[in-house]
Write a protein that binds this ligand. Structure first.
Ligand code: 5GP
Length: 140
């Protein structure tokens, strides 16, 4: 009998790694060597986008300093494109990570602080997500 090292038995890639690898479909906005951005499947508002490092790390503030310093400029370009694509006052930002253990920033179009809550999250149909994603990509 061949014994496998225990990391082989226990390691499962996150749902977001599967999205990056194309194993799970997503409405991609943009990507670089280190980062990936795609629409949240249960958006708090139209244009709600998740920005993630490709490196699978659970806790956002466990990212090394170089990834931390580069993720915001990447998110900035995405947020400018979202602002041009949907009605909002500005783009709010949240980091939670209680559902998916793969560090991510939520970029959420808002008009007031009370908009920035997961209580407003609702599933959105694929056609609407596709239409919003294509608008945001065109505004990048
Ligand atoms: P958090 O971990 O910060 O609580 O939030 C995780 C977010 O990922 C949620 O807003 C949820 O809707 C989103 N999410 C979970 N699974 C998927 C998925 O398979 N595809 C997409 N596009 N978003 C997902």
């Amino acid at each position: 009998m061949t014994l496998l090292p225990c990391y082989t038995l226990t390691y499962m890639s996150s749902i977001f790694s599967k999205i990056i690898n194309g194993e799970i479909e997503s409405h991609k906005i943009d990507e670089t060597n280190d980062f990936f951005a795609f629409l949240d499947i249960n958006p708090i508002a139209r244009g709600h986008t998740l920005v993630i490092p490709k490196k699978e790390i659970d806790v956002f503030f466990d990212l090394d300093n170089s990834l931390l310093s580069e993720i915001l400029p990447f998110a900035k370009a995405i947020s400018k494109a979202i602002e041009k694509s949907v009605e909002c006052n500005r783009i709010g930002m949240m980091v939670a990570g209680l559902e998916v253990p793969h560090a991510h920033i939520h970029l959420v179009p808002i008009t007031s602080t009370s908009d920035l809550t997961f209580a407003n999250a609702r599933p959105m149909d694929q056609d609407t997500l596709a239409e919003i994603a294509s608008k945001i990509r065109a505004n990048l």
